[in-house]
Design a protein around this ligand. Structure first.
Ligand code: PRX
Length: 558
């Protein structure tokens, strides 16, 4: 390799196999509690090489795209690393997504191949078959059996017969490593592109310093590998550091994996913390949590009550809580308290300090930089950093328009933030039409698009939800002459958007719009928050009766 070349799979595997081949790389906490599987670095390297050879045998070449549609399991991690080993680009699609969402993500590329596993309770294979029917460019589907259940097969691979050596491809630092799809405020989800060296460096260094990870620690991040948190802090960061990382097949609402696996750093979303909080202190205290050293929070704001409970009850007031702010776009943690700098104060519910090399800036509506403290503004980053996404796959123009053009000279995050009088950062929420349900990003436009097929018009807004942080609230105008019960339509729509829609008021006949025809979401939001007396400036509102009707409908729902 020259200076600009590297092999990511060598950094995550071979390097550690040379020094500690029998060290555990992965602990797979299966859906059946207590049946965890441990995979050493040597075993993970062998599995990765076998898969790499399988992919090559199936014709996958450097630069080809491979879609991985599997829940967290060693084979899924090995599939990601196998792509990296042969220079292919992986796209992991969250295994909870529908066939249509899967097909959308597959179609965005050209040459591809699918990996999948036979379903347990959820029949993943059927979803894949449906998706693939809509994607004629897919060349192969590889299926791995997770259970004994009979699954209709189109292709079964005999991977275990492959050689355990697979020469790693030498990659340029800016070559593509993976695409990951995420919701934006408009249009279809965008495939953010992450590249090799910068991404790996950034995930490894943030993993080490933010969580104060030391050799021998057991790192437990509960994110699914289908999200960026899973990519960066279940797979790449911990493995590059030669760590032991836990793969949770399902979300652990039980604290017993901490006791059983002796987890040292626990990293999860506030939604899970708020859910646990409801069960009461006794229930958590029943388990031994003495192994815990750092507690992490990610994906959505953590309210003070949840933060205090996490710190005082889960961590016995001795483990620093790191509220980490970052995004699919940033590749790794950008703002967070750093426990590895002992003595740094940590305040509740705040991401606080930029990580090394990150220079945040707050800008006002006119694009002026706010230099003083005690101000709120649009959160931007003023210099490039190693982990940042390089582009949107097949759409660089959209990348520029979304992130670099709103505030020229800055990377715009889409979030708002407050800088306290002490200079700490506190996130205040999205500034665009993106809502955050249980730490998962949903574009309102995307939801409206799904709903629209069944109805004349719709508007989706977020509303505060006690457990999930935010819920999606959908306003629907029915097509003329539609004769269907509210309950039935509501059930059908809920199914359509995979249970992401909450409740539903009686259908209004129209939505409040400006004279130029733009739906006034701000007004809908106030109504849903029971603040109909604070609707603000309505001078541009076209039809006041539309608002009255919706207020009445909402009251009836309550
Ligand atoms: O709005 C911010 C919120 O989640 C968005 C990023 O979502 P995604 O790309 O799916 O990545 C989630 C995991 C990194 C951000 O724009 N967000 C993320 N972390 C925090 C947060 N909001 C408040 N506090 C956080 N710690």
């Amino acid at each position: 390799c020259n200076d600009s070349q590297s092999s990511l799979s060598v950094n995550c595997l071979d390097r550690h196999v040379h020094t500690a081949p029998n060290k555990v790389a992965l602990i797979w906490e299966k859906d059946e509690p207590g049946k965890e599987v441990r995979v050493t670095y040597r075993e993970l390297l062998e599995l990765t090489c076998r898969l790499g050879n399988t992919l090559k045998r199936q014709g996958v070449k450097r630069g080809d795209r491979v879609t991985i549609y599997m829940p967290p399991c060693p084979l899924a991690v090995a599939s990601m690393l196998a792509c990296a080993r042969i220079g292919a680009v992986h796209t992991v699609v969250f295994a909870g997504f529908s066939s249509e969402a899967l097909a959308d993500r597959i179609r965005d590329g050209k040459r591809l191949l699918q990996t999948d596993r036979g379903g347990k309770v959820i029949e993943l294979k059927q979803t894949v078959d449906q998706a693939v029917r809509a994607c004629p460019l897919v060349k192969r589907v590889l299926v791995s059996m997770r259970t004994e259940q009979k699954v209709p097969m189109s292709e079964l691979h005999e991977m275990m017969k492959e050689d355990v050596c697979c020469e790693p491809a030498v990659m340029e630092s800016e070559d593509l490593l993976f695409l990951l799809y995420t919701s934006g405020s408009t249009g279809k989800p965008k495939g953010l592109v992450h590249s090799q060296a910068g991404y790996l460096l950034y995930t490894a260094i943030t993993h080490k310093y933010v969580f104060d990870y030391h050799d021998g620690d057991i790192f437990g991040c509960v994110a699914d590998i289908g999200w960026i948190t899973g990519h960066s802090y279940v797979v790449y960061g911990p493995l590059c550091n030669g760590g032991t990382t836990v793969l949770f097949e399902s979300t652990p609402v039980y604290p017993n994996p901490v006791e059983r696996l002796r987890i040292n750093q626990f990293y999860g979303a506030p939604t899970a913390i708020r859910l646990l909080l409801r069960y009461g202190d006794e229930w958590v205290k029943r388990y031994d949590r003495s192994s815990l050293k750092t507690l992490g929070s990610v994906g959505e704001p953590i309210n003070t009550e949840a933060w205090e409970w996490y710190f005082n009850v889960v961590g016995d007031a001795r483990c620093p809580v790191v509220d980490t702010w970052w995004q699919t776009e940033t590749g790794g943690i950008c703002i967070s308290p750093r426990p590895s700098s002992p003595g740094d104060e940590i305040l509740p519910g705040m991401a606080m300090r930029p990580f090394f090399g990150i220079s945040p800036a707050l800008l006002d509506d006119k694009g002026n930089i706010l230099t003083q403290n005690n101000v709120s503004g649009a959160l931007c980053i003023s210099q490039a950093w190693p982990g940042m996404a390089r582009t949107i796959y097949n759409d660089h123009k959209r990348f520029l328009e979304t992130y670099l053009m709103p505030y020229p000279g800055f990377f715009f995050t889409g979030d708002g933030a407050y800088r306290t009088s002490q200079g700490y950062y506190q996130l205040t929420g999205r500034l665009d039409d993106v809502i955050n349900v249980s730490g998962h990003r949903l574009g309102t436009a995307e939801l409206e698009d799904i709903v629209h097929r069944a109805v004349a018009e719709s508007a989706v807004i977020g509303f505060p939800h006690e457990i999930k942080g935010e819920g999606a609230y959908v306003f629907i105008v029915l097509k003329k002459g539609t004769d269907v019960s509210q309950e039935r339509l509501s059930n059908e729509l809920k199914e359509l958007v995979s249970k992401k829609i909450h409740g539903g008021s009686p259908f209004p006949t129209r939505l409040p719009k400006t004279r130029s025809g733009k739906i006034m979401r701000r007004v809908l939001k106030k109504i849903v928050e029971d603040k109909a007396d604070e609707l603000g400036d309505l001078t541009t509102l076209d039809d006041h009766e539309a608002v009255e009707e919706i207020i009445e409908g909402h009251k009836r729902l309550l």
